[in-house]
Write a protein that binds this ligand. Structure first.
Ligand SMILES: *[C@@H]1O[C@H](CO)[C@@H](O)[C@H](O)[C@H]1NC(C)=O
Ligand SMILES: *[C@@H]1O[C@H](CO)[C@@H](O)[C@H](O)[C@H]1NC(C)=O
Ligand SMILES: *[C@@H]1O[C@H](CO)[C@@H](O)[C@H](O)[C@H]1NC(C)=O
Ligand SMILES: *[C@@H]1O[C@H](CO)[C@@H](O)[C@H](O)[C@H]1NC(C)=O
Ligand SMILES: *[C@@H]1O[C@H](CO)[C@@H](O)[C@H](O)[C@H]1NC(C)=O
Ligand SMILES: *[C@@H]1O[C@H](CO)[C@@H](O)[C@H](O)[C@H]1NC(C)=O
Ligand SMILES: *[C@@H]1O[C@H](CO)[C@@H](O)[C@H](O)[C@H]1NC(C)=O
Ligand SMILES: *[C@@H]1O[C@H](CO)[C@@H](O)[C@H](O)[C@H]1NC(C)=O
Length: 465
């Protein structure tokens, strides 16, 4: 009731000024003041929902326009698109919702829409969308494929991931871990182990993996295997990425395939001897690791008498042949020759022992001791007219001496832990070096061979005395 005109104008303005926006659902029910105050919670949708889905429709009263909306996304992305037209307010799912999990880590997202009401007031609605996670994304390897150029041999527990990180990301909202592994039945990945290492501190969907050797590895050629990542969602998804190990031949150690090569040429006759290319029981003399053009070979004939009579024929693939040139006639009076073959290139070397039995003067060839790893050691007897008893005694003495030496060697091998070569700054104890040899027809344990070699040389030297 107007008492006077001025008061009536005041009342009209006041009521117009205080006019509020109101919203109705399509079924006619009013949106309550509490919902307006605390936010409109939409029906939850799956992360696989299609963009364009209508999330909300309101019929508005006394709304003149809407202002630019804001979003709860910390990157300012709008996964819901509000629109206002002909007193109808609508919210639809935006196109970028398809990538929601790539950008967001929360299972709920809001937009804030401010309505300008006819009376001059404003009303802000928070529209809250809850997202139901499904395991709809594969984990994805980051920076794959992985490739490692390494020197051989690799010691046990060598962490390859330190050289180049392995990681995978799984964007699914509720997948909070990834497991990593290698295929146990793949021959190429034997000797390697992959496992979960850490979650990235910044990007919590990124998980890092470790890739380590579970045994000493000594490969001649490059090879590949796969590392797998599996997410923790329901119906877990598994992906793989290739890992390639490139053998750094330049920096790898040199390694003869065998520490010792034995040949029996006790039937060699002077007529056919010149030009003989020796054949060894252990096969071709071969550098199994590190062979290339830069390798230099030195051949040392132990007695120094026949140094000039041996000629090496080398090949860049590591295969080496030994040829006899113009042997003097006294050569055929020897019962054996012993040669040390040294292969070197900057920083690395390896040696092999070559033992060749010759026609010689030995009466008791068959009394020689022969094992798989040591050469035939023969005893020459200058005075062949000596009594049998003396010979038998001599042989017995020799056998006892050898047995003693062997015992000492065995004792030494058991009691002395041998520290093998330092590769990539990691020193490995001999007992841990369980070597895996591939691409080599006849694997020889590297740790064993370094010990075995010294023993054999010792054995031979003692035997020659
Ligand atoms: C109208 O729709 C809202 C939400 O869709 C629902 O909660 C409400 O029960 C409905 N009211 C009637 C009368 O159907
Ligand atoms: C992920 O799983 C590994 C075992 O596979 C576990 O050690 C680690 O704690 C887990 N990390 C998280 C963040 O759950
Ligand atoms: C694992 O390796 C074996 C042998 O190479 C192969 O048959 C098998 O399919 C591999 N498994 C996977 C999951 O790749
Ligand atoms: C022995 O063989 C080498 C190479 O095969 C040859 O150069 C040399 O003349 C030969 N010596 C004799 C005495 O035949
Ligand atoms: C290396 O090359 C030589 C000469 O071509 C060949 O006779 C030998 O079989 C080769 N050895 C290997 C291991 O490839
Ligand atoms: C080889 O040995 C025999 C018998 O002991 C001897 O007669 C001969 O002179 C020796 N030959 C050489 C070249 O030393
Ligand atoms: C092999 O020869 C190189 C160069 O002459 C030398 O430095 C190295 O000590 C030798 N290796 C052995 C085991 O004799
Ligand atoms: C030595 O052994 C070989 C076979 O290994 C045999 O043919 C030869 O007759 C034996 N020689 C002597 C002297 O016993």
């Amino acid at each position: 009731m107007c008492i006077n005109f001025k008061f009536c104008v005041f009342l009209f303005i006041a009521s117009a000024y205080g006019q509020k926006c109101s919203f109705k659902r399509p079924n006619g029910t009013e949106v309550s003041p509490d919902e307006i105050k605390y936010g409109i919670v939409l029906d939850p949708i799956q992360d696989t929902a299609s963009p364009g889905l209508i999330l909300l429709t309101y019929i508005t009263t006394d709304v003149s326009s809407i202002s630019t909306p804001t979003t709860s996304s910390n990157k300012g992305r709008f996964f819901m698109t509000p629109s206002f037209q002909n007193n109808q307010f609508q919210v639809v799912l935006a196109d970028i919702f398809a990538d929601y999990e790539k950008y967001e880590t929360k299972d709920s997202n809001s937009i804030y829409v401010t309505f300008n009401c006819n009376g001059g007031t404003t009303t802000t609605l928070e529209i809250i969308l809850r997202i139901i996670d499904t395991n709809n994304h594969d984990p994805q390897f980051v920076n794959a494929p992985y490739s490692y150029k390494v020197s051989m041999p690799l010691p046990k527990n060598f962490p390859l991931h330190v050289l180049y990180g392995i990681s995978a990301r799984d964007v699914d909202l509720t997948n909070n871990n990834i497991t990593f592994f290698v295929n146990e039945s793949d021959i190429n990945s034997q000797g390697f182990s992959a496992s979960w290492l850490a979650t990235d501190s910044v990007d919590t969907k990124l998980h890092r993996a470790s890739l380590i050797t579970t045994t000493a590895i000594n490969f001649k050629n490059d090879f590949s295997f796969k590392v797998y990542a599996r997410d923790t969602g329901s119906n877990p998804r598994t992906v793989s990425a290739p890992v390639t190990i490139i053998v750094d031949k330049d920096n790898s150690i040199l390694r003869f395939a065998k520490p010792i090569y034995i040949a029996d040429y006790s039937d060699l006759t002077p007529e056919v001897a010149n030009g003989t290319i020796f054949t060894f029981q252990q096969g071709d003399i071969l550098l199994s690791v590190g062979a290339d053009d830069s390798v230099k070979y030195y051949l040392q004939e132990e007695s120094n008498e026949y140094q000039e009579n041996f000629h090496l024929i080398t090949h860049s693939n590591g295969s080496i042949k030994l040829q006899l040139i113009n042997p003097p006639s006294r050569f055929f009076n020897e019962s054996f020759v012993l040669l040390i073959l040294n292969a070197t290139k900057p920083g690395v070397d390896d040696i092999a022992v070559l033992h060749i039995s010759l026609p010689g003067r030995s009466t008791y060839k068959n009394s020689s001791i022969s094992t798989t790893e040591s050469p035939k050691i023969e005893f020459s007897n200058d005075d062949s007219a000596d009594s049998t008893a003396l010979i038998v005694l001599g042989v017995l003495l020799a056998v006892i001496t050898i047995a003693l030496i062997v015992m000492i060697i065995i004792y030494k091998r058991r009691s002395t832990p041998v520290v093998t070569e330092k590769v990539n700054g990691i020193q490995e104890k001999n007992e841990d070096m369980v070597e895996v040899e591939r691409n080599s027809s006849n694997p020889v344990s590297s740790a064993r061979r370094s010990v075995a070699f010294n023993d054999i040389v010792q054995e031979i030297k003692i035997a020659r005395l």
